[in-house]
Design a protein around this ligand. Structure first.
Ligand code: MN
Length: 718
């Protein structure tokens, strides 16, 4: 607790003419009035007005303001009356104390719905005398500094939210940057402690990693300016956790390097030096476009003046700079309080003096105004979301309830498909673990892992769900194949035949199937009965047996049968249709060995697709265009064919070299390479490789999959 004489000394240090007598009497009056009242911390209540007065001495406010600070809670919380105050301290102090008391009452009845209206009252109340607001802000600042002593979480949260929504923007409006930063950060710590902690941890990490980077940049900047004959103080300043968070949220700032969250400030002696400094900096370093702002010739409404610019500065780091005079700096930190009033000796403002108050009132007169003004600092809006970080500090924003699997899919589809575990804040946790705000999540992947159907039960994001479902569908096919094979096996045995894939080969075209597995899957899915197939393989079988076999084929089975009508026999690609143009589809890039189909396109001849090419779906309604084709596999052709492959490669030095080495070693030749997406972690790319046939490609893909920097490899499927 500040002692009486200490407070006096602090005031007299900047205001030798301060009213010592009034300060002493106010100290004693407040101490007596609050008596044995206690704060939530257990401290005597009087420590609070005293601390508030102490905060205001930092802003060098006049005696009347300091006296008001000491007395600010006496009317509301003690038997003292406004008349008592006026009697002992005069009209000016009484008016100020009354103003602060009014604000306190507005605050006490504050609830969310009427916030905008309260804000209006606040502005009106403070427009009578700016010192009312200064005392109120100091009051709020001390309450925020001691917020953790309040036991009820609801109350803490309400106060923090109100601080974020009303008091921090007000402090900013009157240019009290320092005050605004501290208020915001204290509120942030209450509203979103986990995110704040994780940002602090990240800052700490970056500081360690950066070594003395900041010091080196300061030294070099200083040297550059000194060479040009400019006397300047260069300081580095770190953004507060809250402003880092907000910038990340708006994606204005990366969080990879210290320079992303560091700013530099150059303080010089005169306005002229500011512009000279700008010139020197701009000629010494490459300028970041669109970062230059001249708030000296056009000050902000709150009186803020500075030059802002961004350069690729010393150490090849992108840095942001503010250039200003000492006086501008004082105003920038302390705002209204800096050029104010105790110097001029006049406390009262009539509203004409403060353009910003008029502007605020104007805004408040228009319907959308208050909300608009309050909008940008609302954390409440984000309550249904959680913010997590990758180990590199990238922000991943997920709906509440999201799990480690959602996180993995949010990072990258392949990471999701291959995730086997998650380290949350450094500890291995189950994949179904729900994530909390600020969790740092590291996903462990294995190429052997595939999505599990059980994941579908706990994921909450659409992306994760659709990827998992897609995988399950392809898995289902495998099951249909097995089931179909079992059905066929029985159907064949019933007729005294032995079932084998080979036995189906002759009828694949009849069923329009690429291979025996496809046919088995179709049988497994119920599109054909086992007997349908037996009948096709051994015509006449059905006549012997089976009125009981009248299984009604499903609709898709009918269309399939319809398709095969009117179709010719298989034509090998070689000598396909004499005189007809043939080319390979640029969607699926068929290779010798692939199961293929030809699509007749008017005027374009025949396009060869792989049987599983996804574009074939669009041809389902025009079976007359389908041609059964096959490769001439007997010749050991030396022809090369182009295959297209999608890859996801870790974004790290040497990974692309690694990739091309693996392909070359396996006798493939990259004919084209395109990076389709580049994130901090991965490259997504498409490469075209010249290969002999599908076996050759399969070998290359296998080799790529075995390469650690390659996260996934997938052949184009149309
Ligand atoms: Mn108070």
């Amino acid at each position: 607790m500040i002692r009486q004489f200490e407070l006096l000394e602090q005031v007299k240090a900047y205001d030798p003419g301060a009213d010592e007598d009034a300060l002493n009497r106010a100290y004693v009056f407040a101490m007596k009035a609050h008596g044995v009242q206690k704060r939530a911390s257990g401290d005597p209540y009087f420590s609070h007005p005293l601390e508030v007065a102490g905060i205001l001495t930092k802003y060098k406010l006049d005696s009347a303001s300091i006296v008001t600070a000491l007395l600010h809670d006496t009317i509301e919380d003690t038997p003292a009356t406004l008349e008592d105050i006026e009697h002992h301290f005069g009209k000016e102090v009484a008016r100020l104390v009354n103003g602060v008391t009014k604000l306190t009452r507005i605050e006490l009845q504050s609830d969310h719905a009427t916030q905008a209206e309260n804000f209006r009252k606040l502005v009106l109340a403070m427009s009578e005398d700016i010192r009312v607001l200064l005392v109120k802000l100091a009051d709020r600042l001390h309450n925020m500094r001691t917020l953790h002593h309040i036991e009820e979480p609801e109350k803490r949260r309400r106060i923090a939210t109100e601080t974020m929504d009303i008091y921090a923007p007000l402090a900013e409006r009157i240019g009290m940057q320092e005050m605004k930063n501290e208020l915001e950060d204290l509120a942030f710590a209450e509203i979103n402690p986990d995110v704040r902690d994780s940002i602090l941890a990240r800052l700490d990490f970056l500081r360690k990693q950066g070594g003395d980077l900041v010091a080196r940049i300061i030294t070099q900047l200083g040297a550059t300016l000194a060479e040009a004959g400019i006397k300047a103080a260069v300081v580095g300043r770190e953004k507060t956790p809250y402003s880092v968070w907000r910038k990340m949220w708006h994606q204005e700032v990366g969080f990879e390097r210290l320079s992303d969250i560091m700013g530099f400030r150059v303080i010089v002696d005169s306005v002229e030096e500011c512009y000279r400094t700008l010139g020197v900096v701009h000629s010494a370093y490459a300028v970041v476009p669109d970062r230059f702002k001249d708030y000296i010739s056009t000050p902000k409404p709150n009186g803020y003046r500075s030059l802002h610019t961004g350069v690729f500065g010393p150490e090849r780091q992108r840095i942001e700079m503010q250039i200003r005079t000492r006086e501008m700096h004082e105003v920038a930190e302390h705002g209204v309080a800096a050029h104010w009033i105790y110097k001029q000796g006049a406390g009262r403002t009539d509203g004409r003096q403060y353009r910003w108050i008029r502007e605020l009132l104007d805004i408040l007169e228009t319907a959308a105004g208050p909300e608009e003004f309050l909008e940008h600092t609302k954390l409440e809006m984000f309550r249904d979301q959680v913010f997590c970080f990758t180990p590199r500090g990238d922000l991943i924003n997920l709906p509440r309830g999201a799990t480690a699997v959602d996180f993995a899919y949010a990072v990258h589809s392949e990471v999701g498909d291959n995730c086997v575990g998650a380290k949350i804040n450094g500890r291995m946790m189950p994949l179904r673990t729900q994530l909390g705000n600020g969790d740092q999540v590291e996903i462990i992947t294995s190429k052997a892992q595939t999505p599990s159907p059980t994941w579908e039960r706990f994921v909450v994001t659409g992306k994760a769900r659709s990827r998992i479902r897609r995988f399950i569908r392809s898995k289902e096919r495998d099951q249909y194949v097995q089931l179909g094979r079992a059905i066929l096996d029985r159907a064949f045995r019933e007729e005294g035949y032995e079932f084998s894939n080979k036995a189906l080969e002759g009828v694949l075209k009849v069923f329009k199937m690429g291979d025996a597995d496809d046919l088995c899957a179709d049988v497994g899915a119920g599109h054909h009965t086992g007997r349908d197939v037996v009948e096709a393989v051994f015509p006449g079988t059905r006549k012997k047996k089976g009125k009981d076999e009248k299984v009604v084929p499903l609709a898709s089975a009918r269309t399939r049968k319809a398709k095969k009508k009117g179709k010719g026999a298989a034509i090998p690609i070689k000598g396909l249709i004499p005189g007809m143009a043939m080319h390979f589809a640029m969607c699926c890039y068929p290779l010798p060995g692939d199961r293929i189909v030809g699509i007749v396109t008017t005027g374009k001849g025949v396009t060869i697709h792989t049987i599983d090419c996804e574009t074939l779906e669009s041809q389902a309604e025009t079976p007359e265009r389908w041609l059964d084709v096959a490769w001439e596999m007997d010749s050991d052709s030396l022809d090369v064919h182009v295959a297209r492959v999608y890859l996801t490669v870790l974004n790290e030095p040497g990974s692309l070299g690694n990739l091309s080495t693996v392909i070359a070693k396996n006798e493939g030749n990259i004919s084209n390479l395109k990076i389709t997406e580049r994130s901090r972690e991965f490259f997504d790319m498409v490469i075209d490789i010249e290969v002999r046939d599908v076996k050759h490609l399969t070998n290359i893909i296998a080799a790529l999959r075995a390469t650690p920097v390659i996260n996934s490899v997938e052949r184009a499927r149309g």
